[in-house]
Design a protein around this ligand. Structure first.
Ligand code: ZN
Length: 259
């Protein structure tokens, strides 16, 4: 695990410029050993910084995709909660999972342009081949952690991924509650749902804390470090669990039928 000091230090060294935010995550991926062809950027066009992508190869081509958006909304707040809390965990989770052999290839992505209509995640999934999309066993996305204990957007989560999260939470004694996000809100996970790719989004937002997002109150002072570090521990344990639990290597692929 990355130490609480490092995670907290990175959280505090946020930039309010989206291009610098992307560059910081790229640097920390590199610091954690992601390099060469495994570390790349995907250009979206001149309106956005690139997506940043780190691949951690596993024993098979089956993929667990781990995502969080790096951008903040323009004009209001520091965007620490939404979503620097999520972005900072990407390289920290690479540290947690990089040490041992895994069945799945893990792809960590800092998505750009989430606040402009999920631009980065849509671009990413739209530009995969059918075969590449078929290899993604699950997408674990996190957005706006640290306002309180870990929460899950249950109504927009794949059942298998949701049950696995409940098991890990129970075993690790780390809290997680089902809290749906308000009508009209969305997250990068929904770009993958359009292709029937199983997805789940973790957050920490309650009805009471919802007004913090996209407001001047979205700053470091809003983050509860104990809850945030618990979210990191829970997600690290969850990804390790999913690597074992999702579709054993060699099992026949389920045919996904469009609804
Ligand atoms: Zn967000």
């Amino acid at each position: 695990m990355q130490t609480r000091e490092v995670v907290e230090g990175r959280l505090k060294s946020f930039s309010t410029k989206n291009s610098e935010r992307e560059a910081l995550i790229r640097k920390w991926f590199a610091d954690s050993g992601c390099k060469g062809a495994n570390l790349s950027e995907q250009a979206l066009g001149r309106n956005f910084p690139p997506n940043v992508i780190c691949v951690l190869p596993g024993e098979t081509q089956e993929v667990i995709l781990v995502g969080a958006h790096t951008d903040k909304v323009e004009s209001f707040g520091d965007g620490v909660v939404d979503n620097w809390t999520g972005a900072v965990l990407l390289p920290a989770l690479l540290d947690s999972l990089g040490g041992q052999t895994r069945h799945h290839t893990l792809i960590f992505i800092g998505f750009s342009g989430e606040e402009k209509g999920l631009a980065g995640s849509q671009y990413y999934v739209d530009h995969l081949t059918n075969e590449q999309r078929g290899h993604i066993e699950g997408v674990v996305n996190f957005d706006s952690l640290g306002l309180g204990p870990t929460a899950v957007w249950a109504s927009h989560a794949d059942k298998v991924l949701l049950d696995a999260l409940a098991s890990v939470a129970a075993a690790s004694k780390l809290p997680v509650t089902a809290l749906n996000v308000p009508e009209g809100a969305t997250a990068d996970s929904e770009s993958f749902a359009r292709y029937q790719i199983p997805r789940i989004t973790l957050h920490s937002v309650t009805q009471k804390t919802w007004p913090i997002l996209h407001s001047p109150s979205d700053k470091m002072a809003a983050v509860r470090m104990n809850d945030y570090y618990d979210s990191y521990k829970l997600i690290a344990a969850y990804l390790a669990y999913l690597d074992d639990a999702l579709k054993p290597a060699g099992a026949a692929k389920t045919v996904k039928v469009a609804q």
